[in-house]
Design a protein around this ligand. Structure first.
Ligand code: ISE
Length: 339
């Protein structure tokens, strides 16, 4: 570790999320600095690196992770590039915060899990940021306390203003609903055993070939049922809500009532327009917790197992979406490293 224990981080991928993490580590997080940025766009990486003291630009993740200035990696490149970067990080025994999805499918997630087991200890935390959101943390504490009894159902809403070009039906599961998959597993501490996807007549605002919105149903190993409205071109805002229905009460997060105003015969508030602002605090907490744990020599947060389980449910979800049939999920037995 460099400079009195300051963690030198290589940020791999400097698109929307990666660039935001570079800003965060540089300006918000304590105990870490951006030692390297990596992007296939050399100019983009250079422009970012030039603004940060002691930061070097690379186009090759392996070269960045081989630098003596780098103690840990934050992977924020597109999902299909994660496996190669993770395997390189393991070769150097580098701790990694890997943005979701861990990898795009269960087979590649299994390969990553095998490589981590060969390393002999956990190195990866997966960036499922909702686990760090203040409201979700309160909901988790309430459900864990069982004050309202057992959780019977979750009703989830996941709405985006619009999708970038090329966004597909499969991405509605792999990129978007993957958050509810992780949230369900984390909140209920159960596995998802079956997925069904219903597709109403698409909104006239949906891009061609996108079946938007969709209703996704999960059944869980403990007998709970979860419904997820995924609507990625709703046009009006970024909304993520979750209501837990328990035996003697219910609790909801994500109403976004931080400020309620009254004027000219109306009341209301603002709706976030994207995940970068809606989950800003959660991302700050996630990265700080990762840096603190890494500097202590420990690994916390969602594991490679969680990334694999989410990928396996996504695969079932994509099949369910294509066939319209209830689709059973399948997971390998949980390896000892993740128990
Ligand atoms: C995006 O990749 C995210 O992770 C957002 O949280 C999610 O709301 C969005 O649908 C995804 O495309």
């Amino acid at each position: 570790m460099t400079k009195q224990g300051t963690l030198g981080v290589a940020v791999i991928g400097t698109g929307r999320m990666g660039a935001d993490h570079v800003r965060r580590i540089n300006e918000v997080t304590s105990g870490a600095r951006v030692a390297a940025v990596v992007d296939i766009d050399a100019e983009r990486a250079k422009q970012l690196a030039d603004r940060i003291d002691g930061c070097t630009a690379y186009t090759d993740p392996a070269a960045a992770m081989g630098s003596p200035d780098v103690d840990a990696a934050l992977i924020a490149s597109p999902g299909p590039a994660h496996e190669a970067a993770l395997l390189k990080a393991f070769e150097r025994d580098l701790p990694v915060l890997c943005e979701k999805p861990l990898t795009p499918d269960a087979d590649s997630a299994l390969r990553v899990m095998e490589a981590e087991q060969k390393a002999g200890h956990r190195l990866v935390s997966v960036g499922f940021m909702r686990r760090y959101d203040a409201e979700y943390l309160k909901l988790k504490a309430l459900l864990d306390s069982e004050r309202f009894g057992r959780t019977l159902m979750l009703h989830c809403k996941h709405r985006n203003v619009s999708t970038p070009p090329g966004f597909t039906n499969q991405m509605m599961i792999n990129d978007s609903v993957v958050h509810e998959i992780d949230t369900t597993r984390w909140l209920l501490e159960q596995e998802i055993t079956a997925v069904t996807v219903l597709r109403p007549t698409p909104s006239s605002g949906a891009p061609e070939a996108l079946s938007d919105p969709q209703l996704v149903l999960f059944e869980t190993s403990g007998g709970s049922v979860v419904d997820v409205e995924i609507f990625v071109n709703c046009g009006f805002g970024y909304q993520v809500q979750c209501e837990a229905v328990c035996e003697s009460g219910s609790a909801r997060v994500g109403d976004g009532h931080a400020l309620v105003s009254n004027t000219a015969g109306r009341w209301g508030g603002d709706i976030d327009q994207d995940f970068v602002t809606r989950f800003e605090d959660a991302y700050d907490r996630e990265v700080q917790r990762w840096v603190d744990a890494t500097r202590r020599g420990t690994v916390e947060g969602p594991s490679t197992w969680d990334g694999y389980a989410a990928a396996a449910v996504c695969e079932a979800g994509v099949r369910a979406q294509a066939t319209g049939a209830r689709t059973v999920t399948s997971l390998i037995e949980r390896p000892a490293l993740y128990r």
